[in-house]
Design a protein around this ligand. Structure first.
Ligand code: C2O
Ligand code: CU
Length: 467
């Protein structure tokens, strides 16, 4: 991985990044998002641009800001050569608006469009992305951050999105297409790239003043790479996971683990002196790299002591409480992958050997079924509590995402967990058992899958039905 050392990087400011200045077309009151090819300066100024697919032609797509509880009208315009749809990850919305190709809608054909109308009930940091051939369309750049603003947000000086992505580029700096669908990736950790960007570029800079308070909205939009972030010169406070507020707590010295699909909101007081520079670090196997830089303006600080304002976010109207005593409980055994014990699984109703599965592009299974089962994992009455016992019976970590609901972990490795954060995506480690619980309050068909997109495509996908 080539990267300028952050100590010697001075130029390449983010000021002109196209994704920060979205141009909206608004026929019929709809904000359109046009999925189309574009060129992205992923490797920074002075380097050849990379051909991508992006919303409005940029990657990541424009940051969408919606108001909590207010109707949003969004139109996908498909100018790709493939059908596509948009999923609004983490947003609780009517099932028909969930954007899952083949389950909640037919994808929009090339040249066609699809209208999404919903009122996001929860404020916080979410995202939107393609949900057709996600393993390819998202690897090419079809995703963006979705911010739902609080009516009364906490006071900050900057509200900064930080979208981590991981690209696999060839020697010419173009997307490595030959490895799309590579079964080796699918059976291992997924498509791990060779270049990490933040907000679509190397080494973006965030200009701040000493004494500023920053709200940093972190999203891991990578296909498969788990991001471990560090803030060596600052003392961040965690205020939300996956859009849902938590009691503010210091991050401390541990790395911040953000799995594919997850978000974390941090508050950071800019406590260094004017003129300072400080990195956002990302841990690789053998070293850390700077993936973004806070650049303190010279001159007078904005204030000489930290802002005296509450950090805590207002609560969201999540359904509750969980009724664990009468919950419907179901087990989800996750099998397969390299170094696993799986010898075969059912695919579209047929029992196949491992060799036959691999031929069909499947290397993973949930409860012995590879890919979408005809019947849901769980059919549950609206309003009841569900518990899913996730049993990760293989050698790989998985980022499990449930559509349409937020859940909380209630048991880990057999031990009860009290007051875990509400999340929509949970990282389940190799050979770990995790029980998640949620109130099934939204009628419809909701996907449950691994957000390592090659694992999803390779078989790790099922659904629940709320009736
Ligand atoms: Cu963020 Cu089914 O996905
Ligand atoms: Cu997985």
């Amino acid at each position: 991985m080539k990267r300028r050392d952050f100590l010697t990087s001075g130029a390449a400011a983010l000021a002109t990044a196209p994704w920060l200045s979205p141009a909206w077309a608004a026929p019929g009151g709809f904000r359109s998002l046009t999925a189309k090819p574009g060129m992205a300066p992923l490797r920074g100024t002075g380097q050849p641009a990379t051909a991508i697919w992006g919303y409005d032609g940029v990657a990541p797509g424009p940051v969408l800001r919606l108001a909590q509880g207010q109707e949003a009208r969004l139109r996908l315009v498909n100018r790709l050569a493939q059908p596509s749809s948009i999923h609004w990850h983490g947003i609780r919305l009517p099932n028909a608006m969930d954007g899952v190709s083949g389950l909640t809608q037919e994808p929009a054909a090339p040249g066609a469009s699809f209208d999404y109308v919903f009122s996001p009930p929860d404020a916080g940091t979410y995202w939107y992305h393609s949900h057709n051939r996600s393993w390819e369309q998202m690897a090419r750049g079809l995703h963006g951050m979705l911010v739902v603003t609080e009516a009364n947000p906490p006071r900050v000086d900057h509200d900064i999105p930080l979208v981590v992505d991981d690209w696999r580029l060839d020697k010419q700096g173009q997307i490595h297409e030959a490895s799309f669908g590579a079964i080796r990736d699918w059976a291992h950790g997924g498509r791990i790239g060779n270049m990490i960007t933040v907000n679509g570029t190397l080494d973006p800079e965030f200009t701040v003043r000493a004494g500023d308070r920053v709200r940093l909205r972190i999203l891991n939009a990578a296909n498969a790479r788990i991001a471990q972030l560090g803030f060596p010169d600052h003392k961040p406070t965690i205020i939300a996971f996956d859009g849902q507020p938590v009691v503010p707590r210091p991050l401390g010295d541990r790395p911040l683990v953000v799995a594919p699909g997850q978000r974390v909101d941090l508050m950071i007081d800019m406590s260094l002196t004017p003129g300072s520079e400080a990195p956002v670090a990302l841990a690789l196997r053998d070293r850390s790299i700077a993936v973004a830089l806070f650049k303190y303006a010279p001159g007078r600080p904005r204030r000489d002591h930290p802002l005296d304002a509450p950090l805590r976010l207002p609560a969201n109207p999540l359904p509750g409480p969980l009724d664990l005593a009468t919950a419907e409980e179901v087990t989800l055994r996750m099998e397969g992958g390299a170094m696993g014990r799986m010898t075969g699984a059912t695919l579209k109703g047929r029992a196949l050997t491992m060799r036959e599965l691999v031929k069909a592009g499947k290397v993973w299974a949930f409860n012995g079924v590879a890919g979408m089962p005809a019947k849901p994992l769980l059919r549950i009455q609206r309003g009841r509590t569900a518990v899913i016992d996730i049993d990760n019976d293989n050698a790989w970590p998985h980022a499990m995402h449930l559509h349409g609901h937020h859940f909380r972990v209630v048991r880990r490795k057999g031990k009860r967990v009290a007051a875990a954060p509400w999340r929509d995506t949970e990282l389940v480690m190799p050979n770990e058992k995790v029980a998640i619980a949620f109130v099934a309050d939204a009628p419809g068909k909701w996907l449950l899958h691994c957000h390592m997109l090659e694992h999803q495509a390779g078989g790790m996908v099922t659904w629940i039905e709320v009736v």
